[in-house]
Design a protein around this ligand. Structure first.
Ligand SMILES: [Zn+2]
Length: 226
């Protein structure tokens, strides 16, 4: 698997070099900001979330037209994270069971080329809500996940203060509007994720970064390669 991933990385990045070095991968590419060039990262080890726990629900918006781009951006509806982040997410999902809740995933690993498409097609006034491709997104490193809570039995998503990918202040995890129940749901999700090493994004209640994200480089492996 590792060798397949490394081969795909080489092919998909074109100008990028990926070299083994003490078990890590050195990346050097024109897509990366200067601080990223020459850095040694852990070798990618993306794992599919539902292979670890089949009860994790998927609502992968970028594999459908139900997203801010209005068209499918992924070739398949699958969710991957780097192994330590995936294991932590499974622990969150299982810890929620005693409340009758579970996790529904909106997005996880995202190929760099999709981040670039988001940026290129988002009006300048709204670009605070999408990642600059020169820096890349933590989704590109396989260490960020967008998600919400659902009823464990029915799969119905719990009400939150804003919809996913709401480009307004209502998306902030500190937004004081909405109903008491919506804010309480948001806090249950945040506390459960923080207990396993995830940090919520300052502007998006649904986006969480895993604590080891700096150890992984930006990837552009397309979904068709898995
Ligand atoms: Zn996100």
């Amino acid at each position: 698997m590792k060798s397949i991933l490394r081969t795909v990385l080489l092919v998909s990045l074109g100008a990028c070099r990926a070299l083994s070095s003490g078990g890590g991968a050195v990346q050097d590419s024109s897509i990366l900001q200067p601080a990223e060039k020459g850095r040694v990262f852990r070798a990618p080890a993306l794992v599919e979330l539902v292979k670890l726990d089949s009860t994790i629900r998927l609502d992968l918006r970028y594999a459908s037209s139900n997203n801010f781009m209005g068209r499918p951006m992924y070739g398949s509806a699958r969710a991957f994270l780097q192994r330590p982040a995936a294991d932590a997410l499974v622990r969150v999902h299982r810890a929620l069971r005693h409340r009758g809740l579970g996790l529904t995933i909106f997005d996880a690993y995202r190929p760099w080329r999709v981040t670039k498409q988001f940026w290129d097609e988002t009006p300048a006034a709204k670009r605070a809500y999408v990642a600059d491709p020169r820096r890349g997104s933590i989704h590109n490193r396989g260490c960020a996940v967008d998600l919400t809570l659902c009823d464990q039995r029915t799969g119905k998503e719990l009400p939150m203060p804003s919809p996913f990918d709401d480009f307004s202040l209502r998306a902030s995890p500190r937004y004081g509007g909405g109903t008491i129940q919506e804010r309480a749901n948001r806090e249950i999700l945040r506390r459960a994720m923080e207990a396993e090493g995830f940090t919520v994004n300052r502007g998006e209640w649904w986006h969480f970064d895993y604590r080891e994200w700096r150890e992984y480089g930006i990837l552009d492996i397309p979904f068709t390669a898995f």
